[in-house]
Design a protein around this ligand. Structure first.
Ligand code: SAH
Ligand code: SF4
Length: 426
């Protein structure tokens, strides 16, 4: 999401004559687009601000902090006297004006959140390296108030972008040679756009509109919310070969008590029913997740419930985190962050270890299968091999001297590790 926001910023600043440089020593303006989701994300930015200080003092470079951390800390960032610009996620259109007003004694800040801003009319300037896969934001903000989560405070209320601008953007990247788009939102299942003349587009409809652009354009999306993922979305995915068969369905915890406290608004039974529905319609669909270890008051039994739901689902992949208290959230206000760090780490490590086993089992089940892979580039380990993802989002590597980045190649899975499928071209 931040990569895509940065692409929006490049577009806005590019129109004003700013150019992008990869060399920090050459930059007149240095901006960090930030994440506040966990404390360690913010700590890294404080480290970067220190590094930027040198360029600010020696060369007079302007240092800007944009994104969620700007929104969360507001003027506190200016108090550090190391930052000239603070701009929240909804204020990027004002960046040229803010930049023009900055002087050494006059830092600028805009942290207004908006109920309307979707940057729908802005064509992001792509900063990805391979030119194959592009992110497209379909909505901004979030209306859920999961008790641990800072997103609703830093990114504001949920708003859906005009679907016609989304389709236009997808057509544009397709015409430029891209082969895959990933539609982004904090909770894509609640995407809902109502046009002035009564037209109404929900997420399932949007998916089919984008999938119809070309059968050769792959469509991915993230993130689904277990309470909202609808049968209509699942059936739409099944209907189109080019909608990739992978659903990111963050469970967070396997314990009903924790899910309730997290205000996720589903329970274990509901979650497992949604997974059963997905598997009944698309048996080959991979399911990935996010998990938080050591949330407030989590007992050993709650933790065991997380391990057991992981096994019950058999996740193909997971992002796993230790709970990090975020100031201002409902959890920070209401529940003590009472699991000692050592215990959180132990639980997290158990979760990671189990996921490694599950990922390996999942990959082993694919040995012998034939997958259509979209080539992303040479494999990291061996320049004579190519790598690319199958529809189920698994990374495949295979020796190949003929195909190139952006080609579709059919490969057979010969063996695997927990992270990669080792294949040969069919
Ligand atoms: N909108 C998505 C998730 C966005 S944040 C959803 O609801 O699923 C990405 C992930 O970060 C979350 O799924 C959660 O697992 C993790 N996360 C969010 N807040 C956190 C916190 N305070 N501590 C640790 N992990 C957190
Ligand atoms: Fe945060 Fe919950 Fe919204 Fe996801 S759905 S962004 S976890 S509040």
């Amino acid at each position: 999401m931040n990569v895509n926001d940065t692409e929006v910023i490049f577009s806005i600043l590019g129109k004003e004559g700013y150019e992008r440089t990869e060399d920090i020593n050459e930059a007149d303006v240095i901006m960090a687009n930030t994440c506040s989701i966990r404390d360690n994300a913010e700590q890294r930015i404080w480290g970067r601000i220190e590094q930027f200080s040198h360029h600010r003092k020696k060369r007079g470079a302007i240092v800007g902090i944009v994104g969620c951390m700007a929104e969360r800390l507001k003027t506190d960032l200016l108090d550090s006297h190391k930052v000239d610009l603070v701009a929240g996620p909804d204020s990027y259109r004002s960046l040229p004006e803010l930049l023009s007003k900055i002087t050494p004694d006059n830092p600028q800040i805009n942290v207004m959140l908006s109920h309307e801003e979707t940057y729908g009319d802005i064509t992001p300037v792509r900063i990805d390296k391979n030119g194959v896969s592009a992110f497209i934001s379909i909505m901004r903000g979030c209306n859920n108030v999961c008790s641990y989560c800072v997103v609703p405070y830093t990114r504001g209320a949920e708003r859906s972008r005009d679907p016609h601008t989304i389709v236009r953007e997808a057509c544009d990247v397709w015409s430029k040679g891209y082969k895959e788009v990933t539609l982004l939102g904090q909770n894509v299942d609640s995407y809902l756009w109502k046009g002035p003349d009564g037209e109404s587009v929900n997420f399932a409809k949007l998916l089919s509109m984008v999938a119809e652009i070309s059968p050769e354009l792959r469509v991915r999306y993230s993130t689904s919310h277990p309470k909202d993922i609808s049968d209509e979305v699942i059936e739409t995915m099944a209907k189109y070969d080019n909608i990739c068969k992978c659903i990111h369905l963050p469970v967070q915890s396997g314990s009903d008590a924790m899910l309730e406290k997290m205000r996720r608004r589903y329970n274990r039974e509901w979650y497992l029913e949604r997974v059963a529905k997905i598997k009944s319609v698309m048996p080959d669909c991979s399911i990935t997740t996010d998990i938080i270890a050591g949330f407030c008051g989590e007992t050993e039994q709650d933790h065991q419930d997380t391990l057991s739901i992981m096994k019950a689902v058999g996740y193909d992949y997971a992002y796993m985190f230790a709970y990090s208290e975020r100031p201002g959230t409902l959890a920070a206000k209401n529940y003590p962050d009472d699991i000692p760090l050592e215990e959180k780490t132990r639980r997290l490590n158990e979760i990671i270890e189990l996921q490694n086993t599950l990922s390996l089992e999942s990959n082993r089940r694919d040995v012998g299968e034939v997958f259509r892979v979209l080539v992303e580039g040479p494999s990291k380990r061996n320049p004579d091999e190519l790598c690319g993802r199958a529809s189920n989002n698994k990374m495949c590597v295979f020796p190949d001297k003929i195909h190139k980045v952006g080609d579709y190649v059919d490969v057979k899975v010969l063996s695997c590790t927990s992270a990669t499928l080792i294949c040969s071209v069919v």
